[in-house]
Structure formats: structure tokens, C-alpha cells
Write a protein that binds this ligand. Structure first.
Ligand code: GUN
Ligand code: ZN
Length: 445
């Protein structure tokens, strides 16, 4: 059915880290987005498009709001929702003390299904319409996730964790079983509706050399699939990788050696990347998921967004929550913390660049630019409506902001899940929040 959404709209058509903002921003003060069969078929000034629109087409109008492409979270762990905010030390202790305990429960498919539903509702509440998701080692955890995602037709990327060492026995597979289960899950889920599959080695320390070989092989054998993992997050982790793979020149070389870099490979973190590491990612078309709330929470370090986006070797980089290491599902909070991390490195991340990283930039990191992440005819209609009156303080601050840039910046510094007023998936409203009553509603679950 044809429908339309009307209001102030923003979207990006290019990368504001490398091009002047006027060449990148698409802004409509009173815009109309026309949607048919889940896709955007028209976008432009409302008065122009309404002239050609049949009066029977329903138009939903949003006041005191900004309509933008749905946020994209490039790296997140759905089974870790229940351990968000777990007090601990750094990465390795946190994994052993909380993560590996929680993930064992996902051997139970029903448990996994319930957790996947909670997770998807949380991301929709935050205005996120696509995520690249780590499941657990259990194939049932992937079925559970994609079955829930399918109910509301979301374009999500996910995969079964591959781990055959340095984890509890209940969380390990073998090189052969990991390969076989991955292959079966790819056949079942990749391009099934809007689902996309990611071959998902947890990180180099939890895979033997044999598993690393077979992981590269299964990815190579299924063109178009993704590969997601972790890299250079924590100093102790980096030393561990060097000790486990003494013949390799470094962490990046480990993944490169086993054929795990290239287009559609995306790695969380890269906090301790050298110029050479950025160079290899740049040359191979490998992407980074920048996870600010996680890097601060786990004390991992300060990622150089400036070097990643504007250095000699720019890398496709998207914003991510990395929850449960990350501490909030809202990409507005990720922007806020990304801004502060960049500030510590002497780089001031402006609002357009930050919003780009959570929309079109994130889509580019996932090689999905042209499909999601922008409001343009031909794109899938995954859309988020941001509430300029979400809280009394936001309403007050916005009243004193005299440009779009200032308003966006106030939203990313003061905002969180309360700012998401509506989330649309493939043109269907799946979540709404009433500004006055704060009442929330899900549709389709
Ligand atoms: N490195 C390996 N596994 C994980 C994980 O679950 N979370 C984070 N933040 N880093 C990891
Ligand atoms: Zn992670």
C-alpha cells in the first residue's frame, strides 16, 4: 500500500569527512517521503510531491521532529543484553566473569528467542533499524535471532560465533563443526527475506589455527556473506594474540593470513591501530566498527576517528554500540561518547559527521550504501523519527538552537532512546512513543 511521511527530513548522500557538507546533506524543511512496497519511491518538498499524490494516500505528519534514516549499529551482541553494565576490570576478565557465563544459556532455543525479542525491541526503541549482530556458538541462537527479526521484516546481519579454544567447553565448537554449522546457517538464512549472514569468528584468541583456516574458507566459498570479528581492542589482548600466533607480524596480519580481510569484513574496535594497520584495512576494503561506549566502559583506549576517516588511509568506519561491553543501545549516546573520545585526540566531531557515521557511513561500512542508510528513492524505507521535545531539557535546549547543526548536536549530546519517536521498518511503523504521555507501543511483535 502506498503511504507517505511528512515533516523536516535529513539524510546524507555523501561522506562529510571528505566532502563539503553542502555536497553531502539532503535537507527538507517540510519534506514528504513516499513509500510503496517497503521502498522509498519519492522524496522532496511536500508541496511539490503532494500535488501529484492521490488524496487517498495516507500521510503521517510529524511536528517538532526530525525524520532521518534509521540508525545502523555495526557491531552488537544480542546475548549480552542481560549483562549490560556489569562491573568488572578489562576485556579478558569481563569476558570470563560475565560474558561466557551468560552466553551458555543460549543453548536453550526458547531462552534465545525470548532474549532476541527483548533485544530487537530495545534497538527499535532507540531508533536503530539495522544491526550487525553476534549470536552465540549455538546454531539455535542464530535461528532464534533471525526468526524474531523476520517477524517484523528487519534487515539485520548476524552469525554463529566460532570458538574452539580458550572458552568454557559448553561454548566451544570444533573447526569442522563450526564450518559445517556455518555453511548450513548460510544456506538457511543468507538473503532469506532481508536477513544477511556474517561468518563470525569471535576473535583470534578463541580460534585455533585450523579453525582460522576453515573460517576463511567458508567465507570465501560464500560470496556476498559478511565476516565480523574483533581486533586491537585491548593491550593485553594484543599481546596475547602475538604470543598465540608468533609467526605473524601482528593482529591484522593474523586475519589477513587466514583470508579474513576484504569487502564485507567488519571488525569491532581497532583502538590500537598503527598507520600500517589502517593502510591494510584501506587497501583491502575492510571496515571498522567504532564502539565508543564500550571502549570507555572496558577501559580499552581512545580510537582515532580522525585517522580512520581523514587520515592517509581512510577506512570504511561505522558507529556501533558493542553492547554488552557498550552501555547503551542508543546511537545518539554512541555519538556523544564518540565526540568526547575524538575531543581527547584533538579532533572535534561535528553533528553532521556523527549522524553520517550512524546512517549512511554505517551502511557504507557494511557495503549496504544504495540499499539502506539514506532517504532517497529506491532505498528501503527504514526510517526513524526523532522527537525535538523528547525531554523537557531537550525541548528547552532546542528552543535556543538556531541552526540545524546546533539542533542535531544538542540531540546527540542530550539524547538517548527517549528521542526515538517512531521507527519504521520497510515502510511499516513498528514502534512509536507519545511525546506527552511517554506511552510506547510496538506493532508486529
Ligand atoms: N572480544 C572478544 N569477544 C568480545 C566481546 O564479546 N565483547 C567485546 N567488547 N570484545 C570482545
Ligand atoms: Zn563486540
Amino acid at each position: 500500500m502506498k503511504k507517505a511521511i511528512r515533516g523536516r527530513c535529513i539524510s546524507y548522500r555523501d561522506n562529510p569527512f571528505t566532502k563539503p557538507i553542502d555536497d553531502c546533506l539532503r535537507y527538507e524543511g517540510d519534506g514528504l517521503i513516499v513509500i510503496e512496497d517497503g521502498k522509498i519511491t519519492g522524496f522532496g518538498p511536500a508541496h511539490e510531491l503532494l500535488a501529484d499524490l492521490d488524496e487517498a494516500v495516507p500521510v503521517t505528519r510529524y511536528e517538532d521532529a526530525l525524520i532521518c534514516p534509521g540508525f545502523i549499529d555495526c557491531h552488537v551482541h544480542y546475548p549480552q543484553t542481560e549483562i549490560i553494565g556489569a562491573f568488572g576490570r578489562q576485556l579478558i576478565d569481563w569476558l570470563n566473569n560475565y560474558t561466557f557465563i551468560a552466553e551458555q544459556k543460549f543453548a536453550d532455543k526458547e531462552y534465545a528467542s525470548a532474549a532476541a525479542e527483548v533485544f530487537l525491541k530495545e534497538i527499535l526503541r532507540a531508533g536503530t533499524t539495522t544491526a550487525a549482530v553476534f549470536c552465540t556458538v549455538h546454531p539455535g541462537s542464530v535461528d532464534a535471532f533471525f526468526e524474531q527479526s523476520e517477524r517484523i521484516n528487519m534487515r539485520n546481519i548476524a552469525g554463529k560465533m566460532l570458538m574452539d579454544r580458550h572458552a568454557p567447553a559448553a561454548l566451544t565448537d570444533t573447526a569442522q563443526s563450526g564450518y559445517d554449522e556455518t555453511k548450513r546457517l548460510i544456506e538457511k538464512w543468507h538473503c532469506n527475506g532481508r536477513a544477511l549472514y556474517a561468518v563470525t569468528p569471535r576473535f583470534a584468541p578463541t580460534s585455533s589455527e585450523e579453525q582460522m583456516e576453515m573460517t576463511g574458507a567458508v567465507w570465501r566459498e560464500h560470496p556476498g556473506t559478511y565476516l565480523q570479528s574483533h581486533i586491537s581492542e585491548n593491550k593485553q589482548e594484543i599481546e596475547w594474540v602475538q604470543a598465540l600466533f608468533p609467526d605473524r607480524k601482528g593482529y591484522v596480519d593474523v586475519y589477513q593470513h587466514y583470508g579474513q580481510l576484504g569487502p564485507r569484513a567488519i571488525y569491532g574496535h581497532g583502538v590500537h591501530f598503527t598507520e600500517k594497520d589502517f593502510h591494510i584495512f584501506h587497501e583491502t576494503g575492510t571496515a571498522i566498527a567504532h564502539c565508543p561506549t564500550s571502549n570507555l566502559f572496558l577501559g580499552s583506549g581512545l580510537f582515532s576517528l580522525e585517522q580512520a576517516m581523514q587520515g592517509s588511509f581512510p577506512v570504511r568506519t561505522g558507529l556501533a554500540t558493542d553492547l554488552g561491553g557498550g552501555t547503551n543501545f542508543s546511537q545518539l549516546v554512541s555519538m556523544n561518547e564518540a565526540y568526547k573520545i575524538a575531543q581527547m585526540g584533538g579532533f572535534s566531531l561535528d553533528a553532521h559527521k556523527a549522524f553520517y557515521l550512524a546512517t549512511r557511513g554505517a551502511a557504507a561500512a557494511l557495503y549496504l550504501e544504495g540499499i539502506i542508510g539514506s532517504i532517497e528513492p529506491g532505498y528501503e524505507a527504514d526510517i526513524t523519527v526523532l522527537d525535538l521535545k523528547a525531554t523537557p531539557l531537550i525541548a528547552h535546549r532546542i528552543a535556543y538552537a538556531d541552526s540545524l547543526e546546533e539542533q542535531l548536536f544538542a540531540l546527540m549530546i542530550l539524547g538517548d532512546d527517549r528521542v526515538a519517536k517512531a521507527s519504521y521498518i520497510a515502510g511499516e511503523l513498528v514502534y512509536s512513543r507519545n511525546t506527552e504521555t511517554r506511552e510506547e507501543q510496538f506493532y508486529g511483535f
